[in-house]
Write a protein that binds this ligand. Structure first.
Ligand SMILES: [Zn+2]
Length: 429
């Protein structure tokens, strides 16, 4: 008889596939239907031609995304019920001369390598066909290969280290191993978050401190107004890979940084740079980072507890396509099967992130300039060919940032910047 977990897994994965397809088709349809008319809020700042390009770009990406989703689902079944994880486990044990932490680590790395290799054609197509067609790609084949080699090596070193530690905990620390594994995982994540901006990001990009004197004075004044003693602002050479622009915050403690893509900086006035910076500072000031860390700590705690239980059962392995139980198989099956159930939580995470974005915008309006942030965002949408007319349901399900019309409306409209204004959790669709 087929195990209930097998049925639940297949049903969950297929439902996920269906929902992703349905939302993607909705997004394409909605964007195509609004292709020929620039929304009123953007009339004068976004041309009809730019608006149409954004629509074509969005539709092309959705079409490509649907092929990718289909492929990923097939790959998921091949690796689990199809026996991919089981076969690579035997191969790893053979290589390592029997079951051990080393064999388990090789097993996990082989599976990750197989999955990355299988999705490599998609990555090539996206960079050299899709992005190229819309004039965004600046990655050369040599850079692409160099990136691939560097990220694979980095993944093998960092991934190998954390996997070996977790497998060691599973083998050596008794029935409550999952508590130890969770502690190891959290320590490793925090360490990585701290080390990333300083030690790792530099492997892929060059970061130079923002030195423009006039801009620097303006930024220092802003930092002082917001009560920041010092915060490093860097420019990243994003233009070496793509014409897309962005700004983000990263790091922990003294290592926190705000990073502007050179591509974004070129299209903004000093006042707009200041307002974007104020938005990014808000994510620090309003404690969005510790909040996210705390939630991820709670979620991974629950995840490890669940894994601790499942790994000890006999049926967990067989129900997902592995005959021989092993710590590495438990880890892999858990990571592969979990998204077939957790995708239902995606809209919650997205809504929470949008709430943070609204709060950061409001902070920027208070300490810098709302309308200027609005103008900076319009630049960002225009340069990235982001659609201004997303499907409301697609946006509510996935988007970490509020829909452009709603966000811009708040920045230009009355009420923004007033003290004590309440920020609703969901954008007004
Ligand atoms: Zn933000």
């Amino acid at each position: 008889m087929t195990h209930w977990l097998t049925i639940a897994f297949i049903a969950g994965a297929l439902a996920h596939l269906a929902v992703q397809f349905w939302l993607s088709l909705r997004q394409s349809g909605h964007v195509a239907a609004h292709r020929d008319r620039v929304p009123t809020a953007f009339a004068g700042t976004v041309s009809a031609e730019e608006h149409a390009k954004a629509a074509d770009y969005t539709v092309a990406r959705q079409r490509f995304g649907r092929v990718e989703i289909l492929f990923d689902t097939v790959l998921l079944f091949v690796m689990t019920l199809g026996g991919g994880i089981a076969a690579l486990g035997q191969f790893a044990a053979h290589l390592a001369g029997g079951p051990s932490v080393l064999a388990g680590t090789i097993h996990v790395l082989l599976v990750l390598l197989a999955v990355s290799a299988a999705s490599l054609p998609f990555s090539i197509w996206r960079t050299f066909v899709l992005e190229n067609r819309f004039g965004f790609n600046r990655t050369t084949p040599a850079l692409f290969v160099a990136d691939l080699l560097k990220s694979t090596a980095l993944g093998a070193v960092l991934g190998g280290a954390i996997v070996a530690l977790v497998l060691w905990a599973m083998n050596a620390t008794g029935p409550n191993w999952w508590l130890v594994a969770w502690a190891v995982w959290m320590t490793f994540s925090l360490l990585l978050l701290w080390a990333w901006p300083r030690w790792i990001a530099g492997i892929f990009n060059k970061f130079t401190p923002l030195e423009d004197a006039a801009l620097r004075t303006r930024i220092d004044a802003l930092l002082e107004r917001c009560g920041f003693h010092a915060s490093a602002v860097y420019i990243m050479d994003g233009s070496k890979r793509s014409a897309h622009g962005n700004a983000y915050f990263t790091g922990l403690g003294r290592e926190k940084r705000i990073v502007f893509y050179d591509t974004l900086l070129q299209s903004l006035t000093p006042q707009q740079v200041e307002s974007v910076l104020a938005h990014e500072l808000a994510h620090f000031k309003l404690k969005h980072i510790p909040q996210r860390l705390l939630v991820s700590a709670v979620i991974t705690f629950a995840g490890f507890a669940l894994l601790g239980w499942l790994a000890g059962t006999e049926w967990f392995y067989g129900a997902l396509g592995v005959d021989q139980a092993s710590p590495s198989a438990a880890l892999l099956l858990f990571v592969f099967a979990l998204p077939a159930f957790t995708w239902l939580l995606t809209p919650l995470g997205a809504a929470w992130s949008r709430r943070h974005e609204f709060q950061a915008d409001e902070f920027a309006a208070r300490f810098s300039d709302g309308p200027e942030l609005g103008r900076a965002l319009v630049s960002l949408y225009r340069e990235n060919a982001s659609t201004l007319t997303p499907d409301p349901l697609h946006s509510a399900f996935y988007d970490s940032h509020p829909p452009p019309v709603v966000r811009i409306g708040r920045l230009f409209g009355p009420g923004i910047g007033q003290a004590g204004g309440d920020v609703p959790a969901l954008s007004a669709q």
